[in-house]
Design a protein around this ligand. Sequence first.
Ligand SMILES: *Cc1c(COP(=O)(O)O)cnc(C)c1O
Length: 398
Amino acid sequence: MTDFARTRALFHLPEDVVYLDGNSLGPLPLAARERVGRLMEKEWGELLIRGWTEAGWMESPARIGDRVGRLIGAGPGRVVMGDTLSIKVYQALAAALDLVPERRVVLSDHGNFPSDLHMAKGLIDSLGRGHELRLVAPEAVEAALDESVAVLMLTEVDYRTGRLHDMARLTRAAHAAGALTIWDLAHSAGALPIHLDAAGADFAVGCTYKFLNGGPGAPAFIYVAPRHVERVRPTLSGWLGHEAPFDFEPGYRPAPGITRMRVGTPPILGLAALDAALDVWEGISLEAVRARSVALSERFIAEVESRCPELELASPRSPAERGSQVSFRYADSYSFMSALIERGVIGDFRPPDVMRFGIAPLYLDAGDLVIAAGVMEEVLSERKWERPRGRRPEAAGG
Ligand SMILES: *Cc1c(COP(=O)(O)O)cnc(C)c1O
């Protein structure tokens, strides 16, 4: 049994705040503060350059990649950390297109996060080989898989609505059509059970500052299936993806395995915070996290719909089709969310009219959601945003 009162106590949560934006930036794990402090004093402070070897800095992208791997159903040696998610999207797509040279279409859906689509477009333009980024409605993806599709590139959970794709089914369908898959797990890692190896996924990428609580700008991850990795030709061929970086050879030779997806010097401060944030997940069952996320989301939807009938559910009603967030539409969503944030209920706004509420079971309970729904009812019935003041609600983070 996962003890969620215990996990909640592992976070710093400000007084008088109900934090429903952990799908954009997870809160501070207490252990991260301690770990980064220790790194500053003992490692950077005292070891200086020796930290790369004596404190294990150089190996940490692979070691921490294996820790993330356990949360996304990936065996050891299949995940490595570094850079930002946008960079990892680019790397994965460049590698995948290279493996299917005879096809020209990158298939994705309209709900995908803009950065993923921008990176794909930028890569396609610089390749100059006539590739096409084809976008269809999320529910039309499977039918759009034909013999022109090289790569199916999807984000499993839609950042705006929380709609959840069926990874196993779509991966099978893509393979049957002769295409490779790239799964973006930005809103799935730490939110629900993921089985990359079992699903036969080809590539996956994700960030660690959302449900994994690694901190602002925490390093991203990339997964490559072992059947592909030795054939992957890294486009971002930085020295730390080289087979022998410290031989300082002018010619590039990719390192064996997932190491070739490293680029440059790893972000050690961010990795240390993430490493501590991952301690929170030790002994946690993602099935239990998912069950609690569904129960909390159902409760929140029921509370909000009974108290605020003017709000329209923007997320799928069936829990099986939803990630770990609940979104509502309202004409004045932006102002409404500003008024909520002023009153300590922190969610966020995404254009044109969506309010998002992240449901993170490690530190939220039903009481928080009842408080939040109560504040929403009060703000709505008194139309409090008509006297606006205070912070703007569009925080960074997808
Ligand atoms: C959050 C998010 C990003 C953000 O990418 P960064 O490079 O980390 O800024 C990209 N894609 C998706 C799907 C996201 O949800």
